[in-house]
Design a protein. Structure first.
Length: 290
């Protein structure tokens, strides 16, 4: 008789697979274990949560597809795929918090997915579209973006327990990727369909913008994270009306609206910081000192 291994209590059951099948799979792929805090005690749990990591995998797939589309010269599908990656990336963390399925594995997986979808993919899409004819200047601008995305994610991971959850230090990589992707999408929509159609002047402008978005990710600027938004609470009726207006504006010309929106968001913190520094300091009245 075959002795069937009893599954652990925290081990998910896969339909159609019994304990022997799971044991055979574990011989091919080592199972994941991590320490979690439960009831004030540290315990080890096996396996990973399915739902949030499913959304993370969707974001990773969309980022990879953007690279493939760019290599094939499809510069309309490539930026759209990056926006799909943004949607999946926004859902995985929120789903993990709502379902209480956050984990160290999920955080690391999400970070690696972000590096592909919002670091490598936007840089390669932009390079393939407008920067490859600029020589060293073009690939240097793309590399600055990729390197800054990696530095920003590394810094975020080391500060995740100490940073204020309502603000990001440096521009978030999805927002930077949205600026780069929407710029490619808008240029394509304006008639620059192939890489050879992009004028050198426009290519230089896009290269500078790409490098600046990379620099914004590592700069010491504070950006609102919008993590405090409560989607389950009640809001004034006018909020729904504003959402309707926003959807209407997006349908008019999606690439232009996306570029304007994320560019304003990216420039908001540097501009506000500059205004504060240039604002004259109000002299203190002698009567107030006394």
């Amino acid at each position: 008789m075959t002795n069937k291994r009893a599954p652990d209590a925290d081990e998910a059951k896969i339909p159609g697979l019994d304990a022997d099948d799971l044991a055979a799979l574990e011989q091919l792929v080592e199972d994941h274990e991590e320490e979690v805090l439960e009831g004030g005690k540290t315990v080890r749990r096996r396996g990973v949560y399915l739902l949030p990591n499913l959304f993370t995998t969707g974001a990773l797939f969309a980022g990879f597809y953007a690279v493939v589309a760019a290599l094939k010269g499809d510069f309309e599908a490539a930026p759209i795929a990056i926006f799909f990656a943004m949607v999946f990336d926004g859902l995985d963390g929120r789903v993990a918090r709502l379902t209480n399925t956050s984990s160290k594995f999920g955080a690391e997986y999400d970070s690696l997915s972000d590096m592909v979808s919002f670091g490598v993919a936007p840089a390669l899409v932009m390079f393939s579209f407008a920067l490859q004819d600029l020589g060293k200047f073009g690939w240097s601008a793309a590399f600055v973006y990729v390197a800054c995305a990696a530095l920003r994610l590394a810094r975020f991971n080391t500060r995740i327990d100490s940073d204020d959850g309502n603000f990001f230090t440096g521009l978030a990589s999805p927002a930077a990727a949205a600026v780069v992707a929407s710029a490619v999408w808008l240029a394509h929509d304006l008639g620059y369909v192939a890489a050879g159609d992009v004028p050198k002047e426009l290519g230089v402008l896009l290269a500078i913008m790409t490098a600046l978005m990379g620099s914004a990710m590592v700069a010491n600027f504070k950006y609102p994270s919008f993590k405090g938004l409560d989607f389950r609470g009640r809001v004034p009726f006018v909020v729904i009306f504003i959402i309707v207006i926003v959807f209407s504006l997006v349908t008019l010309h999606p690439p232009a609206v996306f570029l304007a929106t994320f560019l304003v968001y990216a420039l908001s913190s540097p501009v506000l910081t500059l205004v504060k520094r240039l604002r004259p300091v109000k002299p203190v009245d002698e009567g107030e000192q006394k």
